[in-house]
Ligand binder design. Structure first.
Ligand code: NAD
Length: 259
């Protein structure tokens, strides 16, 4: 415990020192908002569902009805979820000039809802639907209206299948990923939170930050493949850890660094 507190004080110190700090978040930041992650033992979604069926383009095209059964239930739980202390602290840090932005692999929109302004959604967002053929986008509510009639949503323009605007296995990453990769080269601190760092190319942002001489901090319940190159690794639950970090930064959070 004392070792953990020492590491959190170190992280607080580096956040105050940094000029361009970035956070990189994964599904682990939202588990305390009751949205399950993919890979945690005893609860990760991939222990229950087959990712090839419900999270790949080929699965979507082969069985859109089955695909939407999974996603409709997921969206319902995302809609009920509220931002937790990690989302809130990241938004506060940005508002106080202590964090340049959040790169998130999450599609749940909770960083926006917590008040973060500069969010790179590198795996897309569940707030939109998108036509698989012509890329026309739709508000997600419209996709659900269609699903409620028992039909798979189709594009009003070209008749193509409409899918949630989230990156599926077999798809390219959106422009936000290129922007995030660029931002990482300018960062002097990258804090990875709640990610197994097993999904590429996003995980490569860690060695990219290191090669641009940024400090890298990893906060996760479990080990990650990049722990050995990080400057600081905290294996802990995010909730208590972020509360402790907020307390360490209390003074900085009561005064804006730049307006
Ligand atoms: P992941 O499931 O691979 O890894 C999550 C990591 O977070 C695990 O190592 C786990 O031990 C850790 N973790 C879980 N809860 C934690 C907690 N309370 N405190 C500390 N650590 C905790 O997730 P990933 O790395 O983001 O990559 C998988 C993909 O999952 C991403 O592409 C993302 O799009 C997708 N995803 C998103 C959501 C969401 O939007 N909330 C949910 C599930 C999956």
């Amino acid at each position: 415990m004392r070792d953990c507190q020492r590491k959190i004080s170190q992280l607080a110190h580096w956040i105050k020192e940094a000029q361009q700090a970035l956070a990189l978040t994964g599904a682990g930041v939202s588990t305390e908002s009751d949205i399950p992650d993919f890979r945690s033992p005893g609860g990760g979604l991939w222990e229950i569902y087959d990712p090839a069926r419900v999270a790949s383009v080929s699965g979507f095209l082969k069985d859109p009805e089955g695909f939407y059964k999974f996603w409709a239930a997921r969206f319902a739980s995302i809609e009920r979820a509220q931002p937790n202390v990690t989302h809130q602290l990241l938004a506060e840090l940005e508002a106080h000039g202590l964090l340049h932005g959040v790169i998130t692999q999450n599609i749940d929109g909770l960083h926006h809802r917590a008040g973060s302004k500069r969010v790179f959604e590198v795996h897309g967002s569940c707030r939109r639907g998108i036509c698989h053929e012509c890329r026309q986008t739709y508000p997600i509510e419209k996709v659900f209206e269609r699903l409620q009639t028992g039909a798979v949503p189709r594009c009003e323009g070209c008749g193509g299948l409409v899918k949630p605007d989230v990156v599926l296995f077999g798809e390219l990453l959106p422009e936000d990923f290129a922007l995030a990769a660029q931002a990482v080269t300018k960062a002097d601190l990258l804090i990875a939170l709640g990610s197994s760092l097993e999904v590429h190319p996003v995980a490569n942002l860690i060695p990219r930050a290191k090669s641009s001489e940024a400090r890298v901090v990893i906060v996760n319940r479990e080990e990650t493949p990049f722990d050995r190159i990080a400057d600081l690794v905290i294996h802990a639950e995010l909730g208590p850890c972020m509360r402790e970090l907020r307390a360490s930064l209390a003074k900085s959070l009561s005064t804006a660094r730049y307006i």
